[in-house]
Write a protein that binds this ligand. Structure first.
Ligand SMILES: Nc1ncnc2c1ncn2[C@@H]1O[C@H](COP(=O)(O)OP(=O)(O)OP(=O)(O)O)[C@@H](O)[C@H]1O
Ligand SMILES: [Mg+2]
Length: 303
């Protein structure tokens, strides 16, 4: 067993801090508890707070059984209870994590969760074991602070009472779509699977660009512009391109973090592509004193 991993399917558990959910709880989730989480998920478009009767109806369980199972799910941070204006229950990120991990485990995509690799404004990324080591990104749109959420309409579901869970799912679906459209022409992580608000992808073993001191900055800048051009030709503009979203894997750059991509038909495409290019040129100017004229870079990408 690899150190630092929490296994879902074997019996021993190594505890690692900052886990989205405890592997122990996922492994020992009772069938009724899974049924209740699934019933909450199915009801979340209709109800802000799902009444007990609805859960009984969907699960065919007695009131006392549903109450007992809910108390455990609440204790594990998977479900939230709200007493006003009526007793209701809602799925929270912990429960959504559990559902996604249970599905990915069942499909054989992952068997264990490893250490946290990074935490961004709207996601948390862990190493995991699949067929080999992989990365799993949990999207958390608005999960920390509602006011900091990117209220980009393309993220927001049109209906539903759990906008943050649904928006996180939309965000993961968009990121996975970008990865599948770009891989392998553009240097991005290998897309492996997507479920609910999670994306499973190839693990990049290297630091992000901002933490490197490059020996060949001219070559790396060319490589980034070349990848931006290929993505543009495939109909995708990153929209958050920066030294923080480029990783260096054995001297090769890999562009990550694609949920906010837009198409070149987007009404603000020109300005957004310009900002992406500018972010990169400014970074190479500041860190390596490299002068690359903006017009030349734009021509390289769109020409
Ligand atoms: N495939 C991967 N392999 C290894 N590490 C990764 C991978 N994807 C992401 N990471 C790590 O997780 C961090 C956060 O990932 P990412 O940039 O995709 O999301 P984010 O930062 O939450 O988004 P935002 O830029 O909106 O804050 C990265 O900086 C990186 O350290
Ligand atoms: Mg990022």
């Amino acid at each position: 067993m690899a150190a630092g991993y929490q296994y879902f399917i074997v019996s021993r558990v190594t505890t690692v801090s900052n886990m989205p959910v405890s592997a122990e709880h996922i492994r020992t989730l009772h069938k009724y508890e899974k049924d209740i989480l699934a019933a909450l998920e199915r009801s979340m478009k209709r109800f802000a707070w799902v009444p007990l009767e609805q859960l009984q109806l969907l699960t065919n369980l007695s009131e006392s059984e549903v109450n007992y199972r809910l108390s455990r799910l609440i204790e594990w941070g998977m479900v939230r209870f709200n007493p006003v204006p009526y007793d209701g229950y809602a799925l929270v990120f912990g429960g959504y994590d559990a559902l996604a991990l249970a599905t990915l485990t069942k499909k054989g995509r992952i068997s264990a969760l490893g250490p946290m690799l990074g935490e961004g404004k709207e996601s948390v990324v862990y190493e995991a074991l699949g067929l080999g080591p992989v990365a799993i990104k949990f999207h958390r749109v608005g999960g920390r602070s509602f006011s900091s959420a990117r209220l980009n309409r393309e993220y927001m579901p049109e209906e539903g009472h759990c906008p943050w869970l649904l928006a996180s799912k939309c965000s993961a679906m968009r990121e996975y779509e970008a990865l599948t459209r770009l891989h392998p022409d553009v240097s991005v992580p290998l897309p492996i699977d997507q479920n609910r608000h999670t994306v499973v992808m190839g693990l990049i073993c290297g630091p992000s660009l901002n933490r490197c001191r490059l020996e060949n900055p001219v070559q790396v800048l060319d490589e980034i512009l070349e990848n931006t051009k290929k993505a543009y030709r495939l109909g995708i503009i990153h929209s958050d391109l920066s030294e923080f979203n480029i990783m260096m894997d054995d001297g090769k750059c890999v562009i990550i973090d694609w949920p906010q991509w837009i198409s070149p038909d987007h009404e603000n495409a020109e300005a957004i592509l310009g900002r992406d290019i500018n972010n990169i040129l400014t970074y190479f100017k500041r860190k390596y004193n490299l002068d690359y004229p903006y017009e030349d870079a734009l021509q390289c990408v769109t020409g």
